[in-house]
Ligand binder design. Structure first.
Ligand SMILES: [Zn+2]
Ligand SMILES: [Zn+2]
Length: 321
């Protein structure tokens, strides 16, 4: 096992909270909506910016002059409440949801938003990842059902049962069409700025970090950064190796984001409490420290199990005072 894989495994397996994460209280407005056991809270960051939280996962709502934009939209269960919560922040409708990456805790609500008339958009590669992740499962199931039906249709011939099976086969094909239609309606390929009244949002795409493609959003006038899962505040990151994620790319992405920040920047991570530039810098130091420690363990010939016994960074990395 090479050390990169070892580090990724460790980051994935350990989920202990070890940084004394300090939540900055940026605003007083706090609304909570409860429905079917789902809570989506909205907290104010700036006049036109809120962050929504559901089970430690965050999304950002920008309240524009004519419409609201969401950065990420939670999973399928939370999407209805998220849309209601965001809808109550402004008289204007939510018009766009922009996915930072393909994981279901950020994109699982896409179908719901599309059905509610909200346009979902994402990077082309994120679209492909959603397709691979979700559709691979659905398609293989459909393929199996279709081939079983084809066999059954053959033996049933033109009998009444054969006709019923044929109708079922057609329904299955239509289901697949429906799924395709509910995918993000628009994609983009490069970095871009969305220029709005009083705000310009930079959407930056980074390769091979948390997944093969992640996007972070920087609200230039408000000085707010939405990182998606390029930052798990208070936790080790999950590096999705199945989708070409890498710790080196993750650190590079953090460097890039730090360069955009100053001491007043409000950072909304994909998971965990909101943070400042110095929190992100401290997170980067912890990751580098962990990476070096694991590399050393690897050189010393330790196995994954032995490295995990140390609970790595928790013991090695000094807690933030
Ligand atoms: Zn993720
Ligand atoms: Zn996530």
């Amino acid at each position: 096992m090479n050390h990169r894989l070892l580090i990724s495994l460790i980051c994935g397996i350990l989920s202990t909270t070890f940084i004394a994460a300090q939540e900055t209280n940026q605003g007083s407005s706090d609304s909570k909506i409860q429905n079917d056991g789902v809570f989506v809270s909205a907290k104010k960051i700036k006049d036109s910016l809120y962050y929504l939280s559901y089970k430690n996962t965050n999304a950002v709502a920008f309240l524009g002059r004519d419409y609201t934009i969401l950065i990420d939209g939670f999973d399928a269960k939370a999407a209805p409440q998220a849309l209601t919560t965001a809808g109550r922040l402004s008289l204007n409708p939510v018009r766009f949801v922009i996915n930072t990456h393909h994981h279901k805790d950020h994109t699982g609500g896409n179908d719901y938003y599309s059905d509610s008339g909200v346009t979902v958009l994402c990077n082309k590669q994120v679209y492909n990842n959603i397709w691979d992740d979700v559709n691979a499962e659905v398609l293989s199931d459909l393929k199996k059902q279709r081939s079983e039906l084809t066999q059954a249709m053959k033996s049933a011939g033109k009998s009444e049962r054969g006709k019923k099976l044929g109708a079922k086969y057609n329904r299955l094909s239509e289901q697949n069409m429906d799924r395709e239609l509910s995918y993000p309606a628009m994609t983009f390929s490069d970095d871009f700025n969305m220029n709005l009244i009083n705000e310009s949002i930079l959407f930056k795409s980074v390769s091979k970090s948390h997944t093969s493609l992640d996007v972070y959003a920087y609200f230039e006038n408000n000085n707010v950064l939405a990182t998606g899962d390029l930052y798990f505040n208070g936790k080790y990151p999950f590096i999705d190796e199945d989708f070409k994620g890498s710790i080196d790319g993750y650190l590079k992405a953090i460097d890039e984001m730090i360069a955009l920040c100053n001491n007043d920047t409000v950072i909304v991570p994909g998971h965990g409490p909101i943070a400042s530039k110095s929190d992100l810098e401290s997170y980067k130091r912890m990751l580098e420290y962990t990476q070096k420690g694991v590399q050393m363990d690897y050189l010393l010939g330790k196995t994954l199990e032995e490295v995990l016994l140390y609970r790595a960074a928790e013991k090695r990395y000094p807690r933030k005072k």
